[in-house]
Write a protein that binds this ligand. Structure first.
Ligand code: PGA
Length: 250
């Protein structure tokens, strides 16, 4: 089954009004209308309205990097899914490893956020991945399955409405990329895990790779059968690198 490739930039906590303006205009200018892949940028929340405005006549889609699991109320500092939808976000990352490790987000909380995104018509991108210690202890699939299973507790149909991003923690921002074979193996195992519950969902769901993807390694990674796109941090902050990855995706 053909799955549309998704190239997603994760800008993390970077940028200013000026630098974001420049970055988006540079991507806009080079984005060719006949590209087959979907292109998404996940901006810091305060800049979402700016990015949404700058991309209103372009094919670039816009997402947030986090949302609250709560609908509304006394949750100081939080941003709800309905607010993100209200300003025109289409996607939202949930469970990025930095949220899990630096802000203590549990898989249970991440699953609630995944559901909150869907409740508001946003497409959640569920980030999963193992640490180096876990990989060395041969626990990669155990960890990744457990992270996915908390969302599966809400139902395979719930998970099927989102996107999965496999991001080995040891590859994020380190310049160390999983080899295409290492990544493909995990992606295939994730798909096989889902196929035990629903063959159609397993065939349709997009599984992105993230972790030091760059213009040099993108083509080989994206050529793997079960790699349906990329979640790109560092290289998404430079227009020419991000565009080169989009071009590698076709
Ligand atoms: P990186 O980040 O491309 O800088 O490794 C990826 C991510 O954290 O999503």
């Amino acid at each position: 089954m053909a799955r549309q490739t998704l190239i997603a930039g994760n800008w993390k906590m970077n940028g200013t009004t000026d630098s974001i303006h420049e970055l988006v205009m540079a991507i806009n200018a080079q984005l060719e209308s006949d590209w087959q892949s979907e292109v998404l940028v996940c901006a810091p929340a305060v800049y979402l309205p700016l990015v949404i405005d700058l991309t209103k006549d372009s094919a670039i889609e816009v997402g947030a990097q986090n949302l609250s699991e709560q609908a509304a109320g006394a949750f100081t500092g939080e941003i709800s899914g309905s607010m993100l939808a209200d300003i025109g976000s289409q996607y939202v990352l949930v469970g990025h490893s930095e949220r899990r490790s630096l802000y203590g987000e549990s898989s249970e909380l991440v699953a609630k956020k995944f559901q909150a995104a869907l409740d508001n018509g946003l497409i959640p991108v569920l980030c999963v991945g193992e640490t180096l210690e876990e990989r060395e202890a041969d626990a990669t699939m155990k960890v990744v399955r457990a992270q996915i299973d908390t969302v599966l507790d809400y139902g395979i149909d719930v998970l099927g409405q989102g996107v999965i991003a496999y991001e080995p923690v040891w590859a994020i921002g380190t310049g160390k990329t999983a080899t295409p074979e290492q990544a493909q193996q995990v992606h295939a195992e994730i798909r096989a895990h889902l196929a035990q519950l629903d063959v159609d969902v397993a065939a349709k769901i997009r599984i992105l790779y993230g972790g030091s993807m760059n213009p040099t390694n993108a083509e080989q990674l994206l050529a793997q059968d079960d790699i349906d796109g990329g979640l790109i941090g560092g290289a998404s902050l430079k227009a020419e690198q991000f565009i080169a990855i989009c071009k590698a995706a076709g």
